[in-house]
Design a protein around this ligand. Sequence first.
Ligand code: ZN
Ligand code: ZN
Length: 301
Amino acid sequence: MALGDGYWIGPDGYVRKVYQHVTDVAEHPEVFGLTREVVDGFGPCVQDKSEASDRLRLAAIMLGWIRVRFYKTHRSIQLFRMNDRELRAIVKLLDEINAHDPEQIKIHEVFTGKRRRPTVGQLRERVAAADERARIQPLIDHVRLPAESCAVCDKTLEEVGGSRVAACMWFGVGLVAAGKLKRPPGDSAGGPIRLDEDLAVVFGGSVWDDEPRARAVAAFRAGRRPWLCQGCARKVCETCGAPLPFMPGTDVLDDDGRRWHHMIAPGGGCKNPRCAPPGSTQPTPMDSSADQAEESGGSDE
Ligand SMILES: [Zn+2]
Ligand SMILES: [Zn+2]
């Protein structure tokens, strides 16, 4: 087969027209982030179809370069991994050069060893989908201040104490791109609810009856993030009901809207000084003489 036009696309999108890919790397190592010594280390005869030339070409691909060759019947592309950057760079090159030429693309992804044969049209659709994701993701990631009250019991943090729970292993609530949902969002039981043109609210876990769902959606509509109090999230001491200070595997929502995660690790437990562990011989919290002494001491002052 006659050698067609060849191109290297660099990690930054820079396009080099080449006669032979591996020769270009061997002659201009600095362009590829390599040195003369490194190239020489691959061995002689890099211009031939030798093992050394295969490895040198692969080295450039591992450094983020995309190898493109235009044949009469198809396009041949070799790259490390097909992500959005690679996808956009390839479609840009195809659009700029001979856009009316063959639809057939052969893509060899080195990282997975996979070989695919998409059409140019399919690659363009993937770019459009990537653009849409890039537009919507910031809307999802946008930092929102906490809602005024717990989505389940409607109490404020001042009323119940503890921290706001944004998500844990058994419940969650969040935003997704509405277009990504398999079925259009509606008000079906437990299902997603559309927030606006772009976003839908999704619910996980069994706490989401009609009222909590409505509160969560209202919170997002007001530009806030819904949360559960520790009581409704069942993150309280089983003995005394005090909010647990340490909640492994839980996302907590701060006053400024930042979320942070309690790592799953041993430790924690109730920090209520008046809490008696189950089965202990200590007096129970509410009727202990220590409490009464404390209260009477307080009234004396
Ligand atoms: Zn609550
Ligand atoms: Zn306790």
